[in-house]
Design a protein around this ligand. Sequence first.
Ligand code: SF4
Ligand code: SF4
Length: 390
Amino acid sequence: MCAKALATDPLRLRAQQLGFDLIGVTPADPLQAADFFARWVALGFAGAMGYLERGIDRRRNLARLVPGARSVICLGMHYPMVDDRDPNSIRSVDGESPKGRVAGYALGDDYHDIVQARARSILEEVQRIDPTSKGRCFVDTAPVLERELGQRAGLGWWGKNTCLINKHRGSAFFLAEIVTTASLHVDRPATDHCGTCTHCLDACPTDAFPEPYVLDARRCISYLTIELRGPIPRHLRSSMGEWIFGCDICQDVCPWNRRAPTPVVEDLTSRMELATPDLLELLELDDEGFRRRFRNHPIKRTKRAGLLRNVAVAIGNVGGDSCVPVLARVLSHEPAALVRGHVAWALGNIGSQDAFDTLRAARNGEADRSVVEEIDAALARQSRLDDPDN
Ligand code: SF4
Ligand code: SF4
């Protein structure tokens, strides 16, 4: 016997009080995105995130997460995006330290805790209107499937940039899902409004979209700066610009984000100073400094060496000759070979006489083969600069 669907007005009101901008409900039917996701992983587009495929069957069938699941409540909480920045302000001029960029979603404390705690309050509200119901909250546990759920629940459509886009709120929001045994009124699915637009595909600096609606994560700056452990492929580094943690370009250029309102949840904007971090200062962070600065912050995920690797690449892209003394100091004293290797690349990319002299001096004392190889590759740039026909 089918249970009578319950009205969702009390949930909508509670969601609004908690700072959620979007809420929608969809039946807990099996997810087709699981097949897309499996193909995406099989094609290698997930890079080292192939582990996400584990447990995909559980995610396809929501009853395996919550036995007797009938409804999924999808929630969206807006976060800020810092755009319209003067691109010249991040370059190193007159001896000033160059500035990096951090994706908008990381300009506050770790969103998992913030969003999860508020989603749990909605779950309590569900249990108040249906006291026999059971449910669980999920925040960012399956990147593709939550977008299908969000689309089915009417939150937005899966855009060509692979983000979920809402007509009024754009795409800068965190998603959360509550899978529940309660039978709730469902919403109409959202429809696609990308039309003939290709702004995001054209703007991606690393050509990370093999086709519309499909991302090759291996080329995406977000993946390279956050998920990838080890060296960043050399051929992609100079396309990464000043981004040191994530990238917002394909969202910044999306016309639907121009209409998005300013966010209201304070915890998600508590680290705005990170919007333009001082790159040379970051490059000299020690373990203790890293821990103190990024406690409760998404950046801690990269660990110190991962962040400094990204910072070195950004300095190589937007720094100038005035950065060479700091790069030289780090090249001779930094314990992590991963960081030294990327600092060598940065010096080669800066390409001044001082930078090449620093590389030659460091090569004699360098014991790590991977770093020597980076130094040699960086020095080879000088030969190419000296002899463009070479
Ligand atoms: Fe390209 Fe940046 Fe979008 Fe990744 S986040 S697809 S690198 S524009
Ligand atoms: Fe769609 Fe254009 Fe936005 Fe890309 S930039 S997601 S094509 S509307």
